[in-house]
Design a protein around this ligand. Sequence first.
Ligand code: FES
Length: 124
Amino acid sequence: MSEAFQSFNPGDKIAGHEDLDFGESKVVMVCVQGHEVEAILVKTEEGYLSYVNRCRHLAVPLDWGDGDVLDESGNLFLCRTHGALFRLKDGFCVSGPCQGQSLFAVPIAVEKDGIYLAEPDSAN
Ligand code: FES
């Protein structure tokens, strides 16, 4: 099965440390609490972060199917539909029609050999 169509379950490794450089993001399918959703995984200087790839304005992905979820600076998530901007560290919308709302976090666990999808109450 190719990675593009693979859905990860809690406990599955979703990426290796070598898969992302700092400032890079990746979109993967994950199963969270029984629901299959697209997740954004981004590697920052402060660590890995993951959110559901769904804008808080309308229920659409931030990207246009190409995994491009960061703005030009690489410091904010950008919704391509209407331009909402979200902080990387907490998914909080700082500009746009859903200002003040936050992306939904996806639980991950960072281990020596990579990043794993975690159970909702066990993320680190
Ligand atoms: S759908 Fe994301 S800002 Fe409107």
